[in-house]
Design a protein around this ligand. Structure first.
Ligand code: CUA
Length: 339
């Protein structure tokens, strides 16, 4: 049997290693990892500050408890293995003090959490409303006041608050863009409120944060934060009806789209395609990614996706349609032209 000292040492090292791994995970190891501790929004900063505050308190508790434990293990270790140690039943002073100190610590954490929640829960006046709908396995974004419906890439102007109404079409999902702060469950039949605001232009990665089926991990999203003028241009472009196919190949792709199952699930404004099950494709060519952020939006990737969606996103509700290579090339030409 291992001696108690070995167990304690192993536990201490395990705890330290766990903290390091946790820290690395939270800081974000790659450019695409959502990073909680690199906030770019007022709300994200408030949450990160709260996190550091609570981490400091709990780290302090960890060190004190470990130190007392090691002291007790070494100072009171059995010197004669055959002797029975003195039998002790309770110590009122110790019990009262560690209960009081723990309760006080928790009260401080509670108060700080309350303060942060109160300061960040209500969206500022004048926020742009966006409806967020989680689907297996992609995100729908509707801008009701702007008349725009898009998917997987939320485009917002820098420095402006956005008021998100979060819901779901099928099962429970969770909308989460760590650098912009906050996480909100997307529940069918319910509308949850979340707001965010980005102070710096750029792309911020998000991820569905509630296990929602086989491709939960593939349910990514991006928030593209742009200048006010770029946002206005984007809005104008998104509000326009879909462009007409401009080349013979794109024209052929249009015919394929309208004659196949595509129309049952997808909408392309200004065409007979009015399906509401899958992402709106009216301006799919203007998005930087396809398949809920899994692939860069390039002709090669689009062709791969059209050929066999479940091979890229397991469980994908878009089935393998058995398209011929010619049909795929035509569809790629058409869909890519939908800027
Ligand atoms: Cu949607 Cu996990």
């Amino acid at each position: 049997m291992a001696r108690t000292g070995d167990g304690i040492r192993g536990w201490t090292w395990g705890g330290a290693a766990g903290l390091v791994i946790l820290g690395a995970g939270l800081a974000g190891c790659s450019a695409q990892s959502p990073a909680i501790l690199a906030p770019v929004s007022p709300k994200g900063r408030a949450e990160a500050e709260l996190f550091w505050f609570i981490l400091a308190i709990t780290a302090f508790v960890f060190v004190v408890v470990e130190a007392l434990l090691l002291y007790a293990v070494i100072r009171f270790r059995a010197r004669d293995p055959r002797a029975i140690p003195p039998q002790i039943h309770g110590n009122r002073a110790l019990e009262v003090s560690w209960t009081t100190v723990t309760a006080l610590g928790l009260a401080v954490i509670f108060a700080m959490t309350w303060r942060t929640m109160a300061a960040t829960s209500t969206p500022p006046a004048g926020a742009i409303p966006v409806k967020v709908i989680g689907h297996q396995w992609w995100w729908e974004f509707q801008y009701p006041t702007l008349g725009i419906t898009t998917a997987n890439e939320l485009v917002i102007p820098v420095g402006r608050p956005i008021r998100l109404t979060v819901t779901a079409a099928d099962v429970i999902h969770s909308f989460w863009v760590p650098q912009l702060g906050g996480k909100m469950d997307a529940i069918p039949g319910r509308e949850n409120l979340l707001w965010l605001q980005a102070d710096v232009e750029g792309i911020y990665y998000g991820q569905c944060a509630e296990l929602c089926g086989v491709s939960h991990a593939n349910m990514r999203l991006r928030v593209r934060v742009v200048s006010d003028s770029e946002f206005q241009r984007w809005v104008e472009a998104q509000r326009a009806p879909a462009v007409q196919p401009g080349t013979p190949l794109a024209q052929q792709g249009y015919q394929v789209f309208m004659s196949k199952a595509c129309v049952g699930c997808h909408t392309i404004d200004g065409t007979p395609a009015q399906g509401k099950v899958g992402p709106n494709l009216t301006h799919v060519g203007s998005r930087t990614t396809i398949a809920a952020g899994l692939l860069e939006n390039t002709p090669e990737n689009l062709a791969r996706w059209l050929d066999n969606p479940p091979a890229i996103k397991p469980g994908s509700l878009m089935p393998r349609l058995g398209l011929t290579p010619e049909e795929i090339q035509a569809l790629v030409a058409y869909l890519s032209s939908l800027k």
